[in-house]
Design a protein around this ligand. Structure first.
Ligand SMILES: Nc1nc2c(c(=O)[nH]1)N[C@H]1C(S)=C(S)[C@@H](COP(=O)(O)OP(=O)(O)OC[C@H]3O[C@@H](n4cnc5c(=O)[nH]c(N)nc54)[C@H](O)[C@@H]3O)O[C@H]1N2
Ligand SMILES: Nc1nc2c(c(=O)[nH]1)N[C@H]1C(S)=C(S)[C@@H](COP(=O)(O)OP(=O)(O)OC[C@H]3O[C@@H](n4cnc5c(=O)[nH]c(N)nc54)[C@H](O)[C@@H]3O)O[C@H]1N2
Ligand SMILES: [Mo]
Length: 770
């Protein structure tokens, strides 16, 4: 069943696409120059200086570009930000404005022809807008009429489960708490979120193995580690402040191992712009060992590490394993040991594409390490076997007791700045009963117990039965989700779509019959809801919760905070005689925090704790006490088979990833400096061997065709081939251009995270010339 090619609108500048040498170091003076220049252009001089100095300071605002933690208040630099954080701040501080006149000039059909870069580059959304009855244009609407429209649609649904409430990971804890409360008071658990496409596999894998779905380290642990392993992540682009932590670890004598199909610049050398060494380009070398693994080979690799550690322990008993930890704190060691003893070495070499000698070298580093920190991101979570891969990494950590001791632990590196906090606050389609009971006791209504839709189920439901209501608290669902060719029409089948957004994106153009755009304040902006300055709180990748104070002048007078908007919807829906004090929540966020303190585990006395400079860290039993809240009360060793996939002749594995010039679906610009790509995004990175074997040359243009097990095919057309250092058989291209290629049913077992890093494709000569 072939699906017609999808060619989302491309920027005119793409015709100037240039390819140069890739870089082998990240940051440096150029990064600072670029961030400051971009800031000036978008925000002007005064705002730039003010905003950059407040970024990640104790009394400033939390950077929205990633979830990497801040150092202790006394240990922060004057400039605690990175190039990409500065870009995110400048992007939000944009002086350009999307006015009602803009929407009068640009019918929705026109918006649909525009590229992601163009849409977001129009500036900040300023006015609530509505499209009625499938009309051609968005028109202005008052806030009260907008709230009434949402309420009337929701009230008309046959069941609350006909509504879907998506969250992107930027919402503050207060907004997230109010949102899930609104949704559950309405009567559904349909709370899909971006985490479903991101670290869901981590949450599931860690919860099964150690009883808590979050990482076990603090920033200090990274500084004190003697071995840091970076699997499936590109910190130079996506978590640049992590490079400072790695630099500190390195200075303290750590060894760094990077496991990645691509030699990402930030894995090798960091020119820290905060230091003279960095600015002069001398910098700090990072990875001591680069393991250029084939896509999806990580489970096999970690099983081989387990095998080799056990063998090393066998040779010199008492030197490699932490027997005491294994005995006291774990379950299932014998089965695991028997399974990995029997390792199929050929399968490992085939799955990973690595030399056995390199695997042995890294295993020897593990064996001799007293303190290992293991970090990972999307290169691990977005695979079919992601959950088992994470559990396999945990197996190795358990062997050596690398949980709950200084300088060691598991470090999933989160994506969106508050994605972890949103989950803590109840944004999840399957919150446990304890949380729902607490919600009932606090607010006096019975929350629904049946699990709701995750992101995939949401698309299927919208597709299968038209007439639903979709609400997006931030994000860009149409582009973030897999299978664009299914997701977009599914959204368009809705009776109402509501997007609470800061900037224009494609999800505003692929809209329901009725559609609302509700413009909101960003994290950097002063929130004067209720007539006084409000702060919000967020949680970072290491479970530290702290306040964020927006200080800059809002982009427009009509903008409302997310909390205010959600309370407005709730009041229209439930009236003022409701068991939840919506009106008070909207005027005083401390009231929300009081409730958070009583409902959310670990947040007792929330308001007082976040008043402290630097905030507080949520409890984490495995990290704090080596206590494992699993069913057995112990950390679980698990046994997973190694599955080796052999692709048919001429087929490749495609991974979709981020360029240096984007934040998820927000495209800041068309360059990917470290990988040598300029003025274009429709590229495929491919190994010279594959080019040769398939009869193509660097610079050729191809269409990508993905092939799914049911025989269906999906196409994305016109990409330039770029000869690149990537394992044979593994190619890479950017997200979201490649999302049309990821079948909706291609997801990780156990977590249902789309397999954005593993899609079987073939290349065809481009049939369309741009
Ligand atoms: N500037 C910026 N910052 C961001 C974001 C952004 O878009 N821009 N996004 C934020 C979000 S939401 C997230 S989730 C994070 C994403 O941060 P990352 O996870 O770093 O993002 P990706 O670009 O998806 O990169 C995945 C990496 O995994 C590697 N990889 C792919 N397949 C495999 C595999 O099978 N095995 C191994 N070992 N590696 C593999 C790729 O080569 C690539 O280096 O960043 C956050 N921060
Ligand atoms: N193929 C492929 N697909 C992927 C991925 C991949 O690696 N490959 N990665 C996945 C991952 S890890 C993630 S997290 C998702 C991301 O999915 P999303 O979180 O849905 O997408 P974003 O691009 O981060 O959302 C951008 C929009 O958020 C809005 N926004 C920005 N700031 C704010 C704010 O403060 N408040 C509100 N209300 N709105 C705001 C703006 O309107 C902006 O256009 O995508 C996933 N999709
Ligand atoms: Mo993410």
């Amino acid at each position: 069943m072939p699906v017609s090619p999808i060619h989302p609108p491309t920027d005119a500048e793409e015709s100037g696409l240039r390819v140069t040498e890739r870089k082998s170091a990240a940051a440096g003076a150029k990064a600072v120059a670029i961030s400051v220049r971009r800031s000036f252009r978008e925000q002007g001089l005064v705002k730039t200086a003010r905003n950059l100095l407040r970024l990640n300071q104790a009394e400033g605002f939390d950077c929205m570009s990633c979830a990497w933690p801040d150092p202790e208040p006394g240990e922060r630099h004057t400039a605690e930000f990175c190039e990409n954080g500065a870009k995110a701040v400048a992007w939000e501080g944009d002086r350009r404005q999307v006015t009602p006149e803009f929407f009068a000039q640009h019918p929705i059909e026109d918006l649909k022809t525009r590229s992601a870069h163009w849409l977001e580059s129009q500036g900040r959304l300023l006015h609530p807008m509505v499209r009625r009855g499938g009309g051609t244009h968005y028109e202005p609407i008052s806030w009260d009429s907008a709230f009434a429209l949402v309420a009337s649609h929701l009230n008309r649904l046959a069941s609350p489960d006909e509504a879907i409430f998506y969250t992107s990971g930027r919402a503050s804890n207060e907004a997230a708490f109010v949102y899930q409360l609104l949704v559950r008071a309405f009567g559904t658990n349909n709370l899909p979120d971006c985490s479903n496409m991101c670290h869901e596999s981590t949450g599931v894998g860690l919860a099964e193995s150690i009883g808590v779905g979050k990482g076990t380290v603090s920033l200090r642990d990274i500084h004190e580690a003697d071995l840091v392993i970076l699997s499936g992540q590109n910190p130079g682009t996506n978590h640049p402040r992590m490079l400072s932590a790695l630099e500190t670890a390195k200075r303290n004598g750590a060894t760094i191992v990077a496991i990645n199909p691509l030699p990402e610049a930030g894995l090798f050398k960091f020119d820290n712009p905060q230091t003279a060494r960095g600015m002069s380009g001398i910098g700090t070398r990072l990875a001591d060992e680069f393991v250029q693994i084939r896509s999806g080979g990580d489970l096999a690799l970690w099983q081989a590490f387990g095998h080799l550690l056990l063998a090393a322990e066998g040779r010199s008993p008492g030197t490699v394993l932490d027997r005491d930890f294994v005995e006291r704190h774990t379950n299932g060691f014998e089965e695991y040991a028997a399974h990995v003893e029997d390792l199929d070495r050929d399968a490992v070499v085939h799955a990973t594409g690595l030399d056995w000698s390199q695997i042995e070298r890294v295993a020897a580093l593990l064996a001799s390490s007293e303190r290992t920190v293991n970090c990972w991101a999307m290169g691990i979570t977005q695979h079919r076997n992601a959950v088992n891969t994470i559990k396999e990494m945990v197996n190795v950590a358990l062997l050596q007791g690398m949980i709950g001791k200084p300088g060691a632990g598991l470090c999933p590196v989160r994506g969106h700045s508050n994605v972890q906090g949103d989950r803590t606050m109840g944004i999840w389609e399957q919150m446990p009963d304890g949380f729902l009971d607490a919600l009932r006791d606090e607010f006096g209504f019975e929350p629904p117990r049946e699990h709701g839709y995750d992101s995939i189920a949401a698309v299927k439901a919208m597709d299968a039965s038209p007439g639903k209501v979709f609400v997006g608290l931030g994000g860009n669902f149409s582009q973030a989700m897999s299978d664009t060719g299914v997701t977009e029409p599914a959204l368009e089948k809705c009776a109402l779509t509501v997007q609470i957004s800061t900037k224009l994106n494609r999800s505003h153009a692929v809209a329901g019959t009725d559609a609302l755009i509700l413009p909101t304040l960003g994290r950097t902006e002063k929130d004067l809801t209720g007539g006084h300055v409000q702060k919000v709180t967020v949680e970072d990748s290491m479970s530290a919760v702290h306040a964020s104070h927006g200080r800059s002048q809002p982009a427009g007078e009509l903008l409302r905070s997310e909390v205010d908007i959600l309370c407005g919807v709730a009041r229209a829906l439930f009236g003022d005689d409701h068991s939840v004090p919506w009106a008070q929540f909207a005027t005083d966020y401390d009231r929300i925090r009081d409730s958070i303190g009583r409902v959310v585990p670990g947040c007792e006395a929330y308001a007082e704790k976040i008043a402290r400079s630097g905030g507080f860290t949520l409890p984490h039993p495995p990290r704090d006490d080596r206590a494992f809240p699993t069913a057995s009360g112990k950390a679980e060793f698990t046994v997973s088979p190694i599955q080796v996939t052999t692709l048919p002749e001429g087929r490749l594995v495609l991974q979709s990833l981020r360029s240096h010039d984007q934040f998820n679906t927000t495209i800041y610009g068309l360059d990917d400096r470290y990988r040598g790509i300029h003025s274009g995004r429709r590229v495929v990175f491919i190994s010279p061997d594959d080019l040769h074997e398939l009869g193509y040359a660097d610079g050729d243009r191809v269409d990508l065709v993905s092939e799914w097990t049911d025989g269906s095919e999906r196409r994305a057309d016109d990409f330039r081939l770029v000869s690149y250092s990537t394992p044979k058989g593994c190619v890479a291209a950017y997200y979201p251009e490649t999302n049309p290629l990821v079948p909706l049913d291609s997801f990780a077992e156990g977590s249902r995270c789309p397999t954005s890093k593993w899609v079987q494709v073939r290349l065809e000569p481009a049939h369309r010339v741009v």
